[in-house]
Structures are given as structure tokens and as C-alpha cells.
Design a protein around this ligand. Structure first.
Ligand code: T46
Length: 133
């Protein structure tokens, strides 16, 4: 499976501007159980540095941009999120880091479960061990 998987989000544009609708199992490949957004991230601050055992998420940069590093325990890849008409799909067992947030970045996240701290792997060595087992 490729590390970087984008989901194209159809937009409805007219002379008033643009609109994107997000619907479970239509353009979003899971049931949306939780929505949160990251904003006002300070200059030079990075976030993430963890993986999830089960959680699936879609990251949509509704404003501004940031750089995401994904790592499956064997290889890693960086990608810029800067298009509100595309979401980045984060499957389970991917180490993620978020860097270089622009001042205006608002990163919308759709998740397929409620918040559960026990789903997080926050230690990189532990993540690699779980990938191997
Ligand atoms: C992820 C990346 C993209 C909650 O109480 N409920 C929530 O739904 C979330 C996501 C977080 N929190 C609390 C837990 C921490 O006290 O908010 C605080 C900040 O969370 P965290 O340090 O995990 O934030 P990030 O930006 O490092 O990671 C977040 C998500 O946690 C994570 O699942 O994939 O965004």
C-alpha cells in the first residue's frame, strides 16, 4: 500500500466561492465519529510524533499548509498539504509528524473513532517493534 494516499474531494464552486461536502462512505472512506481541527500552531512548532494502532483519519488543510512525514516502520515520505480539495488518508500503524505549519494553517481531521489515548503509540522504538510483530 502506498504511504501517501490522497482522497479527492469534489468541490461545488460558483461565482460566490467554493463548497466541499464530506459524507461518510461517500467521499470519506469510513464512518466519521469525530472531527477536530488544529489551528494557531506557533512558528517552528512540530506536532504528532506518534502512530495509532486502529484509528483511520483524513487530514484536510482547509486553510494554509503544513508538511506531513509518514513512516510505516520501514520507509518514510514527506508530503505538503496545501489543497483544501484533497485529503490525506492516514491508515492505522503509520507514524506521523506534522511540521512547517503556515501561520494561517487550519488542519481539519476526520476520525473513525472517538478519542482513545490507549490507541496511541508515542514511542518510535515501540512503534517499530509493533510493526515487526
Ligand atoms: C493525530 C494528529 C494528526 C483530545 O482530548 N481529544 C482529541 O480528539 C484529540 C485529537 C486530542 N485531545 C487532547 C489530547 C492532548 O491533551 O488534545 C491534546 C493534544 O493532542 P495531541 O498532542 O495528541 O495532538 P497532536 O497534534 O500531536 O496529534 C493530533 C491527534 O492526537 C492525532 O491522533 O493523528 O493530530
Amino acid at each position: 500500500m502506498p504511504l501517501i494516499q490522497f482522497v479527492d474531494l469534489q468541490w461545488h464552486g460558483d461565482n460566490r466561492g467554493s463548497l466541499v461536502a464530506l459524507e461518510s462512505h461517500k467521499n470519506i472512506p469510513f464512518s466519521i465519529e469525530r472531527v477536530y481541527y488544529l489551528f494557531n500552531t506557533k512558528e517552528g512548532v512540530s506536532r504528532g510524533f506518534h502512530a495509532h494502532r486502529e484509528l483511520k483519519q483524513l487530514l484536510i488543510p482547509v486553510s494554509g499548509k503544513c508538511r506531513i512525514r509518514l513512516d510505516n516502520g520501514t520507509e518514510s515520505e514527506d508530503v505538503w498539504l496545501d489543497n483544501p480539495q484533497q485529503g490525506l488518508l492516514l491508515d492505522a500503524m503509520l507514524w506521523r509528524e506534522m511540521h512547517d505549519f503556515s501561520e494561517d494553517c487550519v488542519l481539519l481531521v476526520l476520525a473513525n473513532t472517538h478519542y482513545d489515548e490507549s490507541d496511541y503509540i508515542r514511542d518510535y522504538q515501540a512503534f517499530q517493534n509493533e510493526c515487526r510483530s
